[in-house]
Design a protein around this ligand. Sequence first.
Ligand code: TXA
Ligand code: MG
Length: 349
Amino acid sequence: VITNSDRPESLAGHSAIREAAALLKEGGIVAFPTETVYGLGADASSSGAVTSVFRAKGRPSDNPLIVHIADLDRLERWTREVPEKGVELARRYWPGPLTLILPHRGNLAPQVTAGLSTVGIRIPSHPVALALLRESGLPVAAPSANRSGKPSPTDAAHVRDDLHGRIDGILDGGTTGIGVESTVVDVTSDPPVLLRPGGITLDMLRDAVGEIRLDRGLERETMNPRSPGMKYRHYAPQGKMWVVTGEGKSLVERVQRMADGLKREGMKVGILSTEEHAANYEADWVFVCGRRSDPFSIARGLYQALRAFDEVKAEAIVAEGFPPQGVLFTVMNRLVKAAEGRVISAGES
Ligand code: TXA
Ligand code: MG
């Protein structure tokens, strides 16, 4: 086990890093920790390796992968014309949980970009990820290291549960710090377009480059979730899920009432709670994702909690919702997708 408190310098000669880098160079696929979630890495210039990643995940081949690089110097090797706002975002938030969509040079395996003229690139900040990127010297294509349709893995055990026997190795760096995926921003248009909210918040983006537009699909998914038309099937728990929005006492009462109703219908019911409210609930399972007083703790614990409901085979899940601000906008985006758009307000009866 490599702990995530280690510095990349001290990890450089580590045998596990060397072994993982060697596997990547041979065309193997290796899971590794990043500050967001675990990624399933492959040499982004190798069609064979990238194809293996799609196969291991069961991922549709028209959904492009993110390419991870070790430093800014290598950006121009794979991309053309980085617009000024892209440079500014990279300067501010790399290494970190931000992916920039940029025009590529055509020298990556075509499967990585699913035939698009653009590529998603990021420099992760996790010491193990950086050590692996430096040791291998490769651009590493890495989607989240889950089977398609499961929540992204936030520790090595999740990767093992999903992909054991389908991949060549796992670098275990403990639990990831952010817990939700990177923010994806298309900087090929001006103003830049937010395609996926993540660890870098909308406010942080706007602080760096001013106006940011929300992708239309994103607006539909998060703000007006009942309209159909999400392109890729997202994680949905085995049980049917609802998200309840609201605050304080009325939120708690609505969540409990919803859970009681489902219980009366004969279902095994779980509640996804926050630490502040957990003691108020009665259900077959009450799992806590984090503390309202610390929004980042909620992002960090979200996927672990969602996986736990599948493990106990909850038949229905009622989740507390959040005001969509800061990193909680990202949390709501993932919750609403998991609930396939079933959102109810604590104000409604
Ligand atoms: O935090 C993360 O981003 C993690 C870690 C491992 O880096 N990776 C990750 O990868 O979440 P994945 O494959 O699960 O999500 C990549 C997202 C997808 O929504 C994909 O559609 C989008 O990035 N994407 C990649 N390339 C793109 C492109 N050229 N244009 C538009 N969207 C792109
Ligand atoms: Mg993913």
